[in-house]
Design a protein around this ligand. Structure first.
Ligand SMILES: CCCCCCCCCCC/C=C/C(=O)SCCNC(=O)CCNC(=O)[C@H](O)C(C)(C)COP(=O)(O)OP(=O)(O)OC[C@H]1O[C@@H](n2cnc3c(N)ncnc32)[C@H](O)[C@@H]1OP(=O)(O)O
Length: 396
């Protein structure tokens, strides 16, 4: 069995097991899906299948087999496929687990699955309480996870091994997630990161995928993407909160000026090394940063690439409040849950009163910044900086 367990573990890590066991990354989220006395609805079940993707710890092969079996029983009923051969260790272990459930009714399996996921999530490390929104179209990859509970829709960047660097797919997925969150019945929306970083900004390998139209076409389409992406933040209709769980770089910092609240762990740093990269500011930061911190502090950040600590960023008005890392998740989510109980329409309208006067200006700034960046991306300064990053990465 040790051999089977080892192989299953490897498969788990490589994502080779079929849904819902394709889980490779686990943010610190805790879940309370439904109380023990309640029956699990189809929506609870779908929530749970999404929530499995957010478990912080690998639950071990025994539990994974149990999850697999309950999922199959809940979706397909009693085991209905031929028993795999004895040497087909993994599929046989899966088959055995499913078959062991006998004629357990689908509804009971669904309920047990939901309960099991809830207990796994509850034993996870932090105190966030979220449930995936079952009626929401999930993004095209696990790099972004959208959950919704207690009036809060949370969009989690989920590429911790790459410090949550933003791929072009993620820009698109975030736009879709924001569009849905703007219309759903949550009161507030949160953007956060999984792992030790909040976000390392634009994934610099985005520069390597050159289309047939060449680098000019890449820069043109990149500028359109950037402009559309930032527009979504400018126009977002509800209170938008950044839960900055660690260091933030590049565009993940600049768009903070478009958030309504920014909570940061004291471990977070804020870094916009645009000149080092031969690039220029985006996310409307050329307007919002000087406005909030004055032109000279903004210049230190945006032109000279000075990295701010969380406390410095708070002093400059970029961060709303800084929390000790040890209590960050707990304190922030307690606070947000309380806010999310306020009347949502009043909050939405108040946000719009605060923000609407600036919208036209922000759109114009965004268009201008995107155009300037399009040119920058074609410059030798930028190309050299990207090549330098990629060569270090490739250990050349
Ligand atoms: C024309 C193209 C257009 C494309 C589409 C455009 C869309 C809009 C663009 C908007 C413009 C945005 C600009 C920016 O955001 S500029 C900022 C870019 N980011 C950076 O320069 C950060 C680079 N990373 C780092 O400095 C460090 O990784 C970091 C300090 C964040 C963490 O350091 P640490 O030592 O803790 O970790 P590692 O360096 O070992 O990183 C772990 C792995 O993650 C990879 N990584 C990290 N950041 C990025 C990134 N931004 N892009 C790609 N990959 C990243 C890193 O390489 C390691 O990977 P490996 O384990 O595979 O080596």
């Amino acid at each position: 069995m040790a051999g089977v367990a080892g192989r299953l573990g490897r498969l788990w890590c490589s994502g080779a097991l079929s849904s819902p066991l394709q889980v490779t990354r686990f943010p610190a989220l805790q879940l309370h899906l439904c109380g023990p006395a309640m029956r699990a609805s189809q929506k609870d079940f779908e929530n749970a299948t999404n929530q499995v993707k957010l478990l912080k710890k690998d639950p071990g092969n025994e539990v994974k087999l149990k999850l697999y079996a309950l999922y199959k029983q809940a979706t397909e009923g009693p085991c209905n496929v031929p028993k795999p051969g004895v040497l087909d260790f993994i599929n046989k272990a899966k088959w055995d687990a499913w078959n062991a459930l006998g004629s357990l009714p689908k509804e009971t399996a669904r309920h047990n699955y939901v309960d099991l996921v809830a207990s796994l999530s509850a034993s996870s490390e932090s105190s966030i309480q979220v449930t995936p929104a079952a009626d929401r179209k999930q993004p095209g990859s696990d790099a972004l996870v959208v959950t919704s509970q207690d009036g809060i829709t949370t969009i989690t960047l989920n590429r911790p091994d790459k410090k949550n660097a933003l791929t072009t797919q993620m820009y698109h997925d975030i736009m879709l997630a924001l569009e849905a969150a703007g219309k759903d019945d949550s009161a507030i929306t949160v953007l956060t990161g999984n792992g030790d970083h909040y976000c390392s900004g634009n994934d610099l390998t985005n520069f390597t995928d050159i289309p047939p139209g060449g680098v000019e076409e890449k820069a043109r389409s990149g500028a359109v993407l950037l402009r559309d992406f930032v527009d979504c933040f400018i126009d977002f209709p509800k209170p938008l909160v950044a839960v900055v769980n660690g260091p933030a770089v590049g565009i993940s910092v600049t768009i903070l000026g478009l958030f309504d609240i920014v909570y940061a762990t004291d471990r977070a740093t804020f870094h916009t090394p645009f000149s080092h990269l031969g690039q220029s500011p985006e996310g409307c930061s050329s307007y919002t940063f000087p406005k909030m911190m004055g032109p000279s502090k903004a210049t230190e950040m945006l032109v000279f690439g000075k990295k701010l600590t969380a406390r410095e960023a708070c002093t400059q008005g970029l961060v709303t409040e800084v929390f000790p890392d040890s209590t960050f998740q707990k304190e922030v989510w307690v606070r947000l849950k309380a806010y999310s109980k306020l009347p949502p329409n009043a909050m939405r309208i108040s946000k719009q009163v605060i923000r609407n006067t600036e919208k036209e200006k922000l759109h114009a700034v965004n268009a201008e910044e995107s155009n300037i960046l399009r040119e920058r991306w074609l410059s030798d300064e930028c190309m050299n900086a990207v090549v330098s990053f990629l060569s270090k990465k490739a250990k050349l």
